[in-house]
Design a binder for this molecule. Structure first.
Ligand SMILES: [Zn+2]
Length: 138
């Protein structure tokens, strides 16, 4: 979903679906999250992006808004290491958690891992991929 250049009508659909009144802040939030790219972020990372876009949320409000987007199926929540990350790609796929960077990535994008860390073939048979691979340098 790309809302960054979307007509107001399209943004209104999401706002209504979430039961939100239209505020400038929420429009900035939606445009910051759904800019057409697959994105993984934590609540703190999104808070930083919003600040750069001159939109200020309390962490509680931001958390509630992200939860609503998860509940409505616009975002997927991935919990790893007692932290929540959000993914704009809501299809089932495997994630790699890089402990040093404190960031998750899609397994398919971690090309250098493919040769060292083959994913067991049996996983392809699972419908729900909730696997997170935790990597840390020795
Ligand atoms: Zn992902």
């Amino acid at each position: 979903m790309n809302l960054s250049e979307a007509p107001k009508k399209e943004i209104d659909v999401v706002l209504q679906d979430c039961g939100w009144r239209q505020t400038k802040q929420r429009v900035v939030l939606l445009k910051s999250i759904f800019d057409g790219k697959d994105k993984h972020f934590s609540i703190n990372q999104m808070n930083e992006i919003l600040k750069e876009n001159r939109s200020y949320f309390s962490l509680t409000t931001l958390y509630e808004n992200l939860n609503t987007l998860v509940g409505k199926g616009y975002l997927k929540q991935i919990t790893v290491d007692k932290q929540s990350f959000y993914d704009t790609n809501t299809t089932d796929h495997i994630h790699v958690f890089n402990q040093e960077e404190n960031q998750i990535y899609d397994y398919k994008d971690c090309v250098e891992l493919h040769k060292d860390l083959p994913i067991p073939a049996c996983l392809a048979l699972l419908e729900e991929y909730s696997l997170v691979i935790n990597i840390k340098k020795k």
